[in-house]
Write a protein that binds this ligand. Structure first.
Ligand code: SAM
Length: 289
C-alpha cells in the first residue's frame, strides 16, 4: 500500500490535465495556474497543445511529444525530468488524457517509480453527452470506441446487451452510420441519443430510438464529433427473458382481469418490475393499433 497526499511535501508530481473538447472558454482558473508553474508540457500532439496554450497566452513551458507510438521512450524522459525536480504535466488533444486517449502507460510507470500523480479536472465528452441525453444517470457504463470491425463490434455489443446501465460510446463520424445500424440490430430498439459537437457552435442532441437514429443517418450525413448514449437493458432482457414469453403470460392473465393486475401477476411470476411488464403491454398494444 502507498498513500500519496497531493498537497503535502515537495516530492515530484506528474500533473494530468484535461483540455477543452471544443470551446476554449471551458479552461479553469486552476488550469491557468498549474500550466504557468510547469517547466514542461508533455503532449499527445505538441502542435495542437502549443496552439491551445498560445491562444490562452500561456507561453512559458517547453514541450515533449508523448503519444501512442513513442509513449515508452517519452515516459523515460518524463520520469528523468521529474526526478531532476522539473515540473511536468501531460495533456492529450481533447478532454482527459487516458480516456480513449494515450497516457495510461505513462501514469502506470510514473507510479511504479514512486512519483505522485494528480489530475487537474476539466472537460470531457462523455459526461455532458450523458447528462443531456435524458437517459438514466444513476448507473452508466462508458465503453469508449467499439471495434471498427463488424464481427468484433457485434461481439462487443452482445457482451454489453444484458447490462442495465446506460451505455456510452465514442464514434468517428465516418463510422457512425454502420455503428448505429449495428447497435439497433444487436441491442434492439432502445432509446438513445447522439450528442454532437459538444460545447461548439453546432452542438446538437438528437434523441430518439436506435431505429429512428439509424434511419436518420441513412438520410443525412452527420458531421463533427459524436458521442452515442444508449438506454441500458430492461430487467427482462438482462435476465434473458424473451418479450414473447411475457406477452403470452399477459394474454392469459388479461382473460381474467384488467391490464394493471395482469401486469402485476406476470411480474411476480417472472421476478420482474410491474412497470416494465406494463410498458411491454403498452408497447404491444400501440404496435397493434
Ligand atoms: N479524451 C477525450 C475525452 O475526455 O472525452 C476524448 C478523446 S477521443 C480520442 C475523441 C472522441 O471523443 C470523439 O471521436 C468523439 O466521440 C468524442 N468527442 C470529443 N470531443 C467531442 C465533442 N466536442 N462533441 C462530441 N463528442 C466529442
Amino acid at each position: 500500500m502507498k498513500r500519496d497526499k497531493s498537497f503535502e511535501g515537495d516530492s515530484p508530481i506528474l500533473y494530468i490535465i484535461a483540455t477543452p473538447i471544443g470551446n476554449r472558454e471551458e479552461v479553469s482558473l486552476r488550469f491557468f495556474s498549474i500550466v504557468k508553474e510547469m517547466d514542461y508540457i508533455a503532449a499527445e500532439d505538441t502542435r495542437n497543445t502549443s496552439t491551445l496554450l498560445r491562444s490562452l497566452d500561456l507561453t512559458g513551458p517547453l514541450f515533449i511529444s508523448c503519444h501512442e507510438h513513442n509513449e515508452e521512450e517519452a515516459t523515460a524522459k518524463i520520469i528523468a525530468l521529474l526526478k531532476e525536480g522539473k515540473k511536468v504535466a501531460y495533456m492529450s488533444d481533447a478532454g482527459y488524457p487516458l480516456v480513449s486517449d494515450p497516457g495510461a502507460r505513462l501514469v502506470k510507470r510514473v507510479l511504479q517509480e514512486g512519483i505522485k500523480v494528480s489530475v487537474i479536472n476539466g472537460p470531457s465528452a462523455f459526461l455532458p453527452a450523458l447528462l443531456g441525453s435524458g437517459l438514466p444517470t444513476d448507473h452508466f457504463y462508458f465503453y469508449g470506441f467499439l471495434s471498427p470491425k463488424d464481427r468484433e463490434r457485434k461481439r462487443e455489443l452482445e457482451a454489453l446487451k444484458p447490462l442495465r446501465s446506460t451505455l456510452i460510446f465514442y464514434e468517428a463520424p465516418h463510422r457512425i452510420e454502420e455503428m448505429m445500424e449495428c447497435c439497433a440490430q444487436v441491442l434492439g430498439d432502445r432509446e438513445a441519443c447522439i450528442a454532437r459537437e459538444l460545447s461548439k457552435l453546432h452542438e446538437e442532441y438528437i434523441r430518439g430510438s436506435l431505429v429512428e437514429l439509424a434511419s436518420l443517418l441513412k438520410e443525412e450525413k452527420l458531421k463533427g464529433e459524436m458521442v452515442v448514449v444508449i438506454e441500458g437493458a430492461k430487467e427482462h432482457e438482462s435476465l434473458c427473458i424473451d418479450e414473447n414469453q411475457i406477452l403470452s403470460l399477459l394474454e392469459e392473465e388479461l382473460k381474467l382481469g384488467s391490464p394493471g393486475p395482469a401486469a402485476k401477476k406476470v411480474a411476480e411470476e417472472l421476478g420482474l418490475k410491474k412497470s416494465d411488464v406494463y410498458d411491454i403491454y403498452l408497447k404491444h398494444k400501440n404496435e397493434q393499433a
